[in-house]
Ligand binder design. Structure first.
Ligand code: AMP
Length: 135
């Protein structure tokens, strides 16, 4: 199987602060935190993105995110969290090995993800909705 930065961390070839590990995923602290306590829930196997990861693994990773969210609130007294995936390079993914960011947030932390919002033309949103609706 392909080696990535995160498989090297998983195997202890690169040091990390590991917070949890099981057969499906592991959790480390992000070395460059957006907010201190920022951690990464990483698939044990190097799936590149959400599309290539089995649903059972995704479900399990989300369960671990829920536990990390509770832990960050309890231990760091954060007011909320951002839980997000950069899904392929076009979305900003730098490490091509599926991971979920769990970032503690405080009402006073002043961080922003800097969303720049677009605007739809008249009727465009409904038309696009027809194209991307599920089922
Ligand atoms: P992404 O841009 O979604 O691929 O996120 C990759 C994340 O991995 C970034 O937030 C980095 O700060 C983090 N990162 C990179 N190298 C390391 C490392 N050696 N230990 C822990 N986190 C890392």
């Amino acid at each position: 199987m392909e080696e990535t930065l995160f498989t090297k961390i998983r195997d202890g070839k690169i040091p990390s602060v590991k917070l949890y590990e099981d057969n499906e995923c592991f959790v480390i602290m992000d070395i460059n935190p957006v907010v201190k306590g920022h951690c990464l829930v990483i698939a044990a196997r190097p799936y590149k993105n959400i599309g290539s990861c089995p649903l059972s693994t995704l479900n399990h990773m989300m369960e671990i995110c829920k536990k990390m969210d509770a832990k960050l609130r309890e231990a760091l007294h954060c007011d909320g969290t951002n839980i997000l995936v950069n899904n392929d390079p076009a979305s900003g993914q730098e490490v091509p090995h599926l991971h979920i960011h769990v970032i503690p947030r405080y009402l006073t932390d002043g961080r922003t993800f800097g969303f720049v919002h677009d605007k739809y033309e008249e009727g465009e949103m409904v038309k696009l909705g027809e194209i991307i609706k599920l089922g």
